[in-house]
Write a protein that binds this ligand. Sequence first.
Ligand SMILES: [Zn+2]
Length: 379
Amino acid sequence: MTERLYYKDSHMSEFSARVLSACEEDGKFAVTLDKTAFFPEGGGQSSDTGFIDGVRVYDVQIRDGVIYHYTEKPLENGKEVTGIIDFDRRFRNMQNHSGEHIISGIVHRLYGFENVGFHLGDEMTVDFDGELTRKQLDEIETLANRAVYENLPVRAYFPGKDELSSLCYRSKKEISEELRIVEIEGVDVCACCAPHVNYTGEIGIIKILDFFKNKGGVRLFVKCGEDALNDYRDKYKNTLEISNLLSVKQFEVSAATQRLNEQLSAQKAEISVLKKRLVEEKALNFNGKESKTAVFEDGLDIKELQLYADALYKRNGGIRGVFSGNDENGYSFAICGVEAELDEFFGKFKAALPVRGGGRNGIVQGTVKANPQEIEKLF
Ligand SMILES: [Zn+2]
């Protein structure tokens, strides 16, 4: 079994060790050491990364108590080596994981809900087996941050059998050969194998972002420490840009956007009325003498095409087609006429050009990939 240095000191970023085995499996180089500060993937948390003697360690796994470091190049068996872990990544994981313990401890104390799922990769999610509202989550968040302000000690230890029997702790049902307890004074006691901060003050801000109902409980998206700071920075920048675009104060962007949406809906309705009036006007002034005509008009949607073709047909009879689009992407169309006559014409139209569409009761619609000359020729 590999001696786990991160159990004794979660802030150790550099260590010396001896290579016990270095082998290649499935094209990957796996290295085991007599001791390591690298945390292997486990309990929902991704592994540490770093370097062993300058060779990159990109993944760390544990099997039967032995920790396997996956490296980009082979290492020499028996060699004394220096390991350096990516401490920014480790510290970020500790800030988030310790923050999660505080939230889970508070949820357990206030509501009796268990943490039934935990994931810490690019983002952190925490699942509870009972439902919580945004208001309750806001209260939990406030209490969690107060636990940070108090800068409480975080203690990780292996209790003896007697101590364990009298200890009340949360357990995430992790199967571990030896039960390790992580205790945040007055806030939480939990079985956990991961490295944690020494004092809650190291965590920084604890922010519960989105949440949704999940399998009778809730899933929370949480960011702590520098992740929360970066998130705030991005969102602040975004809000600032929106407030400048809308020319309102930052806390008024939501109300201003709502007003903008209402204006947009009103304008869309107005445009729709105007377009309807426009096609009716155009139909009124139409003076095509032929019995079959194709009209081309920019910017009409299918409803407006139908309206226009129908108005032309009602005033002039015959076969009346209206097309909107361009040569590159093709044209949307609506064609109106007496049913039997229209069906016969549309049959020929489809046979001659790449047409998609159909219809009945004296109106057909669809799209055609052709230029206006080719279309007009058929009419
Ligand atoms: Zn944990």
